[in-house]
Write a protein that binds this ligand. Structure first.
Ligand code: PHE
Length: 372
């Protein structure tokens, strides 16, 4: 307690105050004390403490002044003390309520300030692989295909056997496979699918012809990463089965797709190939998109992309092998169809002139930003 503060617990007589002037200057002193309290940094003092100190009912300074100065004042000073006390009270109350209102509204302002701009986060774009997926899907949607899907963890039955690849078939060597390490006693074996072709089987098991599906997805092979290999890459499987599908429907569909994707001027051709689940099997090529099929680069030398041949290998395909229909209870005498397996990463690289497959998986924004 300061000396001025301690005066309120004494009577005026004890303080030696006997005249009206002395009363007024005593009240002026108290008022100054109050004003000093109010000028303190509001954050550092506790608001409630200040209120209690001044207007607390039991021991606030105003109550003490009323008890110790007014009630026991001598009759000739009582009037002045009463007047001074009323003036002080209204000053104290007015200042306190003004300060309270200000602090309330500043607190409210802190919780919601609607004028603050929001946090703007940059919006990303689709990965180039996803963009190519969508572009290819749209082309096939336009000719009546729909999207199917299947699991990335497969059984050997769907990945191999039902596709006419029995256990010791040499073609399994081409697909160095990731088998899952399963706990003892778990039903297995399971593997990461090496191609999207198992979804051909899963689709035909569920549906009767006519079937026209494409299956975009991830596939896995035990390849060492280099400019053209990755242990995970992307394919779109295609399957069309109906009662009257011919080899012409097949090549016409592929030619339509390739022209839509690379441009009208691109030509297609197919060469004999081999897949256990298609017969006949083919490999589709497109005329080289870099040299226009001439085999000669713009600089005059041999085109490095097609090595001068004018053709670029695209993907494998073929007419569905009748043996496959046996696994899904389709009647091979009644139905026919074709299938294809497009490597998306490879197609994206050809379309955009990318020469290293690894850039798709490095998440370098300098690369990704080139595909807005
Ligand atoms: N599944 C084959 C592969 O991954 C591609 C393919 C699909 C071939 C459909 C013919 C028919 O190599």
């Amino acid at each position: 307690m300061t000396t001025s503060e301690s005066k309120v617990s004494q009577t005026l007589a004890a303080l030696g105050v006997t005249t009206a002037e002395q009363v007024q200057s005593l009240f002026a002193e108290v008022r100054q004390l109050f004003d000093e309290d109010m000028s303190k940094d509001a954050v550092q003092i506790l608001w409630k403490e200040l209120r209690d100190k001044w207007i607390g009912r039991k021991s606030g300074l105003l109550t003490l002044i009323g008890d110790n100065w007014l009630k026991v004042a001598s009759p000739d000073l009582k009037r002045t003390v009463g007047q001074e006390l009323n003036k002080l009270k209204s000053h104290v109350q007015e200042v306190l309520s003004r300060r309270e209102a200000a602090s309330d509204s500043s607190e409210a302002g802190q919780s919601i300030d609607l004028s603050l701009p929001g946090v703007l986060r940059p919006i990303g774009t689709h990965h180039p692989i996803r963009q190519v997926f969508q572009e290819i899907e749209d082309i096939f949607f336009s000719i009546g295909f729909s999207v199917g899907e299947g699991p990335e963890i497969e059984t050997p039955y769907y990945n191999f056997e039902a596709l006419n690849i029995p256990e010791h078939h040499p073609v399994r060597d081409d697909m160095d496979t990731f088998y899952l390490d399963l706990p003892k006693g778990a039903p297995g074996p399971l593997l990461l699918r090496t191609h999207t072709s198992p979804v051909q089987i899963r689709t035909m098991e569920k549906r009767q012809p006519p079937v026209r599906v494409i299956v975009p997805g991830k596939v896995y092979r035990r390849d060492n990463p280099d400019a053209t290999h990755s242990f995970m890459f992307h394919q779109i499987e295609g399957l069309a089965v109906d009662t009257d599908i011919t080899f012409c429907d097949f090549t016409g569909t592929i030619d339509y797709f390739v022209k839509q994707f690379f441009g009208e001027s691109v030509k297609t051709r197919f060469r004999p190939s081999y897949f256990p689940f298609t017969e006949p099997s083919v490999e589709f090529d497109a005329s080289c998109v870099f040299c226009g099929g001439t085999g000669t680069a713009k600089s005059g030398g041999t085109c490095g992309k097609c090595k001068g041949s004018g053709w670029i290998e695209l993907f494998g395909a073929g007419m569905v092998d009748p043996a496959v229909y046996g696994f899904v209870n389709y009647d091979p005498k009644k139905v026919s169809g074709f299938a294809f397996g497009i490597g998306i990463d490879r197609l994206a690289m050809l379309k955009y002139g990318i020469d290293d497959i690894q850039v798709f998986f490095q998440n370098d924004v300098r690369f990704l930003r080139q595909f807005p």
